[in-house]
Design a protein around this ligand. Structure first.
Ligand code: 5GP
Length: 115
């Protein structure tokens, strides 16, 4: 069985987080250490540790994460200027929390993809 992370406690509202959206499939909350004026994490309520663990059964929730991210970008009024969605996988990408999360970053010019 996969090891729960702090994100499972955020989903269950056992520890505080600035949750901006939640439904039966996903939860979205502000990153504790924002790297841009808008920095929100969108996560599946189901624990999937890394992108390597995603299966065909997860296609629905993974697609939903992207649609929710776009809606949140609209709510944050960064949709017209633009934003970036990032999912880090494992060591070389710097993944720290092993519960898949999509970073939604925006509110400033983000520069090139890799710096
Ligand atoms: P990763 O490097 O794994 O892609 O990103 C993990 C992100 O989770 C980091 O940006 C980090 O600031 C954020 N984070 C880690 N722990 C917490 C927490 O307890 N609450 C919130 N809101 N964000 C967290």
């Amino acid at each position: 069985m996969s090891q729960e992370t702090i994100f499972s406690k955020i989903i269950r509202r056992e520890i505080p987080a600035d949750i901006v959206f939640q439904d039966e499939r996903v939860t979205a909350f502000r990153d504790i250490s924002p790297q841009a004026p808008t920095h929100i994490l969108i996560i599946p309520n189901k624990l999937i540790p890394t992108m390597n663990d995603a299966t065909v059964e997860d296609e629905n929730v993974l697609g939903h994460m992207m649609v929710v991210a776009a809606q949140i970008a609209k709510n944050e009024q960064i949709d017209e200027r633009g934003y970036r969605l990032i999912i880090n996988c494992n060591r070389d990408a710097g993944q720290e929390v092993f519960h898949i999360h999509m970073h939604l970053l925006g509110g400033k010019s983000l520069g090139k993809l890799i710096s």
